[in-house]
Design a protein around this ligand. Sequence first.
Ligand code: AMP
Ligand code: MG
Length: 394
Amino acid sequence: MIPVTQAIHIIDSTVVSQRIKKVKIAKSLGFILAEDIFAPINMPSFRQSAMDGYALKWSDSTTYTVTEESKAGDAKHIAIHPLEAVRIFTGAKVPDDADTVVMQEHVTKRDNSITITKMPNKGSNVRPVGEQVSTGDLVLTKGLKLNEAAIGFLAGLGIQRVAVFKTPKVSILVTGNELQKQGKPLKEGAIYESNAVMLKMALQRFGLTQVKVFYAKDTLKATKKNIKRALEHSDVLLISGGISVGDYDFVKEALGKNDVDELFYKINQKPGKPLWFGKKDQQFVFALPGNPASALSCFYVYVLPLLKKCSGYSDYHLPRIQAKSDTDFKNNSGKTLFLKASLQDGIVSVLPSQQSSMLNTFASSNVLLMVAEHVETIKKQDLVSCINLECYGN
Ligand code: AMP
Ligand code: MG
């Protein structure tokens, strides 16, 4: 059995192969950029008016004659002479001879003549060429998570495709003779199978939607065969159940028979002690305890970080927040605890139903309160470390 810190260290030091693909920008949302982006054009690429108004060559005069019009999209060259102005609109090309745009709210117009009631400073309301970025500038850096603003920005630069890190293909293998599908009354001794959909949803929240689910009865033969099948479809395989030390827990042995090498097994933590992690070439396997709360805790603390790492994130652990405990409590277990808890306004409350089989209060917890194995006492108002479950994909 290893401490939590060592298990996390193993995840951190595991080398993952990050694969890259080129995608259309509209398919890149939420992916990590795998290349530096240099501006292919100046933005703006011509001098643009920032206002609806009048373009002119700045002078002391307040009266100008309006000669022509420049609207957004017009390309023609317009000459302006002293004391002439051009009617102009936002986004339109500012004539080369003009240096200033006067907003229309500061102008009174009569026939072809305008009188400026408030002359702006010379150069006002003209967006210079390359004001935002210049051709060749490094504008987005490899490692950025692409959001809608980044994608809009890329579109504005005329970029159609970008290189992003591929996300891993994940499969789930559910083990357990007692598991029953929803839809019929429970048979004696059975429980409804819930880990597959829970883990699928946890993966979906990270953006992974193409997840295959395999099932195996509690026999060595079925477990071995289904691990083999699932590995044919996966970069990362999550196995639910069958990793404890019971007579019908065959996952560890079946993994060995499939040549998956163990990287760790059993962590000094509660919940989730029997977690197993291993590797076969470039594929990873997590064997999660079957108890639902254990499986989900392990997902947040170990699985998600590995998935994020494979997907190009450099900061891949869920963020931790310091908060004040609203109560005294003791940790006499000698284990690191991950407690289902609720954090509001900097105060964290441990929720009831901490047992590893129970999801009822996990449903309303927004953090896991982490108590290190050597910490025996926490006093009300003490600062404690909480894993933020809400800020998940960043
Ligand atoms: P195991 O890790 O296989 O020993 O299972 C531990 C506990 O979790 C047992 O009470 C199982 O019935 C329960 N369990 C295992 N797999 C699932 C599942 N897929 N959905 C819900 N509960 C499960
Ligand atoms: Mg089982």
